[in-house]
Structure formats: structure tokens, C-alpha cells
Design a protein around this ligand. Sequence first.
Ligand code: C2E
Ligand code: MG
Ligand code: MG
Length: 248
Amino acid sequence: RVELYDVEYDVKLRRRTELEHELRGAIDRDELHLQYQPVVMLPDVRPVGAEALLRWQHPRLGKVGPDEFIPVAEECGMINRLGAWVLHQACHQLSRWLAEGHDVWVSVNVSPRELHASCYVEQVKDALRAHRVPPQRLVLEVTEHAVSHDVEELIRRLGDLRQTGVRIALDDFGAGYSSLGQLLRLPIDILKIDHSLVVKEMVRVVVELGHQFGLEVIAEGIGDQRQMAMVVEAGCKLGQGYLSGWPV
Ligand code: C2E
Ligand code: MG
Ligand code: MG
């Protein structure tokens, strides 16, 4: 048993070390790109926005998913550089869509560590300015898992970001263990309901809660017609998931 555990641990550690090493050059070798998944208005399923999702295609390791490499980037201090790259790419794409006359917004996922860097607000302003994007067209997604630490500090940071005119979404709502009281103190504009809550009466309760607090509500991970019907029935006006569009 002990030996098996050691072997597994060794394999994991090697993989992690390799990812860390390879990730360092990924931007310069042009191995990263963004995919965009539509956010649609319901029930007519009209696209109104898109979430930028980071992809890494390595020549030898193949596709590595963000669930695997984002935590590595966070731990080894590379997330700020990756995040800055994502922000610029996303603003660039957004400015093109706007120039083509599409009435859309784009959201970008932000790690807690980026949020807490002192220069983050300036970075966001720079990206908006560089690509001439109106701030209200950009949404920054902060995951509920970021809320566990220093809530007061998080409230200040999000407040500063919001001052720039960008909108804030609370991602993965309902997937963590944060207290509802704390979550509802955050200065946010949008609630993204985690796909694990897209079941039975749960959606309805959360949608009503969000609307009571004046928030826009997006149901995540709508994968089939049954879930779609449930979300629409619950009065949710925005949705995202494989049914209405894969990340492309
Ligand atoms: P997330 O922000 O909650 O993104 C939604 C995830 O759900 C995406 O996984 C998306 O591909 C997946 N998804 C979309 N539709 C469906 C569906 O119908 N059913 C199910 N089961 N899943 C669906 P992905 O792209 O693998 O990203 C995983 C997580 O990695 C993201 O979760 C986000 O937390 C993180 N991530 C992705 N890109 C970035 C980034 O640029 N920066 C940071 N910091 N994190 C990122
Ligand atoms: Mg997200
Ligand atoms: Mg999510």
C-alpha cells in the first residue's frame, strides 16, 4: 500500500513539475489560445455575450485542461502573466466583434491571486484603453472559491475594479462552502449558478434570490433540453452550456 502510494505521488509530482516547466514558455511558443462559449438570452437562445476559456495545446503533452494547469500557474506565480495575456486577447477579440457591429460582452476568469496584485486595476484599465473597449462590455468572473479568505479585502478589490466600469460576476455560485451572507455582501453584478445547482427547485430558488438582490443571473452548464426547460421555467433569463453552444 505504502509503495503504491509513493508511486502515485511520484507520478503526480513529475507531471506537475513538467507542467510548470513547460508552462513557462507556453506564451512565447504560441501554444495558448482562447475559446469563447456563448451566453444566451432565454428562452429565444439569442447570444448576448461570451466567456473566454483558456486552452493549452502542447506539442508533446497534447491538450492540457485549465482545471489542471491553472492551479499550477497559481502556485508557481505564473498566473499574473497568463491572466494579463488572457485579458489582452479577450479585449482584442471583443473590440473586433464590436467593430463588426455585434452587441455583445465578453467575460474573463480571474484568479484570486491576480485580483490581489496591487497593479491589477491598472492592468484592466490599460487593456480596455489599448483596445478601445467600453468598460461595461467586459465582465470579470471571480469564483466563489476565492471568497474563503479575507472577505473585507475582496470587497475592496472588487469595488475598485467596479469603479472602472467593468462588471463583476460571481462564478460557480453554490459550488463552494461560503456563507450566503458573505457572498451577498460582495459588490457584484452577475450571479453564475454552478451547474451542480441546475437541478429541480434549486434553480428557481437561486434565480429568485439573485433577482431579489438586483443581480443578473446566468445558469451554467445547461447540457440538455430537460435542464434548459427547468432553467427557463425558473425564470432565468440567461444561460450557458453545451446545448446552446460549445466553447469555440
Ligand atoms: P468556469 O469558469 O466555471 O467555466 C465553465 C466550464 O464549464 C468550462 O470548462 C466549460 O467548458 C465547461 N462547460 C461549458 N458548458 C458545459 C456544459 O454544458 N456542461 C458541463 N459539464 N460543463 C460545461 P473549462 O474550459 O475546462 O474550464 C474550467 C475552469 O478553468 C473554468 O471554470 C475556470 O474556473 C478555469 N479557467 C478557464 N480559463 C481560465 C482563465 O483564462 N483564467 C483563469 N484564472 N481560470 C480559467
Ligand atoms: Mg467562468
Ligand atoms: Mg463556473
